[in-house]
Ligand binder design. Structure first.
Ligand code: SF4
Length: 496
């Protein structure tokens, strides 16, 4: 019996098992059989295909050399979904209204969480990730990718409109009058000696474009923390209110659901948000991903490399952190090799974490951990990942990892772009939440590493969530994803 599921997943009812007598059959049999195990709902056309596939698969299970069934299998071959030919028409559309599309797939989409739960079971896990790993069906990933690409086009349009609106300020009498007044009022202030600051009038008339947004950011900082001259603050207030009210900026506020009058939220949205990355993890590791019901034409399951390729673009690169994978995990290895070949602009800040806390795949064995992570570092080296190095010791088992961590640090030095932390000074582990807090004592004042990735999140089961604070754009300490009461699809609860 051939298996591709994660070692920690026992008895997965959706795992299509290939019995030994079926192994002699052509690979299309395996692909056909996998199609019967789809959890993602099928379209009408997909159900019709399914009925045909059931008959052929059943016949071949009983008699693998049945000539008529083998011929039928070859006839069905061109319709069977594979990673190379996904035939998305065989799968139901996402359940989303047109007004929700901009909200869920536009600039505010932050996480398509393709797995939930984690096989690493690290001692320091701030998420207390579940041991059981839920996996987003690859059909769902592709349907989401389709919508996300449309959302990206909207983002590009909005970015162009915003850029034009700012350029137009250079010929806008009211904006120029406000800028002239602010320049006059600040002429004699100590603030003028700050070489970073530019005359606002110059910024508007000659220098403005969205890539120079820092110029405005400097003014904004001054406005918030400056010397407190009421006249200047009043004028700046008028200036920023005027900009906020430009139609494309009003749209930015609506898209990001910016509910307050804090101009820094708009700047954040423009500066970070218009070219946001898409993350594929939270309480999970994306290299756990595999869909054993959606296969390549060679019979191998869809992996995280396929997911990243489907979701990423230069406009919305994917971003991930991984704690690695076992060297003998062929699916994760294939994913890492694909990711190593991805265009650089389609990835943002790939990260590998090195630490003494991994339990799920290394079983606490430092030598196994070292061998697995050496392979991960070597495989992902072409994309120059950042490495997050942690070594704080909480127990004797952690102490046993120190020599191999130092060795991995040396390997990482040659292969990575940046290493955060070094032997003797590892990155701090937060004990604010999760297992680290439970096992080593909660520390309320520690930073909250799970309060991140503000925006819309899609979970593997299709449910929608959002994480953000009152301003609706940053996350705040202690906040966690909140359900929006909506779902893009309903997975089948058992094989039918
Ligand atoms: S890899 Fe990350 S999510 Fe998984 S158990 Fe470790 S810390 Fe938690």
């Amino acid at each position: 019996m051939e298996k591709f599921h994660l070692p920690i997943l026992q008895a997965n009812p959706f795992e299509p098992k290939v019995e030994s007598k079926e192994k002699e059959l052509p690979v299309e049999f395996k692909i056909a059989k996998a199609f019967l195990y789809q959890k993602y709902p099928l379209s009408e056309k997909g159900e019709e295909l399914r009925n045909k596939v059931v008959d052929v698969v059943e016949a071949l299970k009983h008699n693998p050399s049945d000539k008529e069934s083998l011929e039928k299998l070859q006839e069905l071959k061109s319709e069977l979904p594979t990673v190379e030919e996904p035939h998305l028409e065989m799968f139901a559309e996402l359940e989303v209204s047109s007004e929700d599309e901009e909200r869920f797939f536009g600039a505010d989409l932050k996480v398509v969480q393709v797995t939930k739960g984690c096989r690493h079971q690290c001692d320091h896990c701030a998420a207390d990730a579940a041991k059981k790993v839920q996996v987003m069906p690859f059909a769902a990933v592709l349907k989401i990718a389709e919508k996300a690409k449309l959302g990206e086009q909207e983002m590009v349009r909005l970015e162009q409109e915003v850029s034009q609106a700012f350029k137009d300020l250079g010929g806008d009498a009211k904006a120029l009058a406000l800028a002239r007044q602010i320049d006059r009022l600040t002429e004699d202030s100590a603030y003028r000696s700050n070489s970073k600051m530019k005359h606002l009038l110059n910024v508007l008339e000659r220098e403005w474009d969205t890539s120079k947004i820092n110029s405005l950011h400097d003014w904004w900082d001054f406005y918030r923390v400056g010397p407190g001259d009421k006249r200047i603050i009043d004028e700046l207030n008028k200036f920023f209110r005027y900009i906020e009210d430009l139609p494309p900026l009003r749209r930015v506020k609506r898209v990001y659901r910016i509910v307050d009058n804090d101009f820094s939220n708009i700047l954040y949205a423009l500066h970070e948000g218009m070219r946001r990355s898409l993350l594929n993890y939270y309480d999970s590791d994306p290299f756990d991903y595999r869909d054993t019901t959606f296969l390549h034409q060679d019979g191998k399951p869809a992996d995280y490399g396929d997911v990243a390729a489907a979701l990423a673009s230069a406009h919305r690169p994917v971003e991930f952190t991984t704690a690695g994978y076992p060297k003998n995990d062929a699916v994760a290895q294939s994913a890492a090799e694909k990711i190593a070949r991805m265009p650089k602009e389609n990835l943002r800040s790939p990260r590998i974490s090195l630490h003494p806390y991994e339990k799920g795949t290394s079983q606490g064995d430092p030598e196994k951990y070292a061998a697995d992570m050496e392979n991960v570092l070597a495989t992902l080296a072409p994309i120059k990942p950042q490495v997050v190095y942690m070594e704080k010791v909480f127990s004797p088992e952690h102490e046993a990892f120190r020599p191999v961590l130092k060795q991995l640090y040396e390997s990482a030095k040659d292969r990575s772009s940046v290493i955060h932390g070094w032997p003797g000074y590892g990155i701090a582990v937060s004990r604010y939440s999760g297992r680290a807090a439970q096992d080593y004592g909660q520390n309320e004042v520690d930073h909250d590493v799970m309060s991140c990735m503000s925006g819309i999140r899609i979970w593997p089961d299709g449910t929608l969530h959002r994480q953000a604070d009152e301003a609706d754009i940053y996350t705040g300490k202690g906040l966690r994803p909140q359900p929006l009461g909506k779902s893009l699809y309903k997975l089948k609860s058992k094989q039918q």
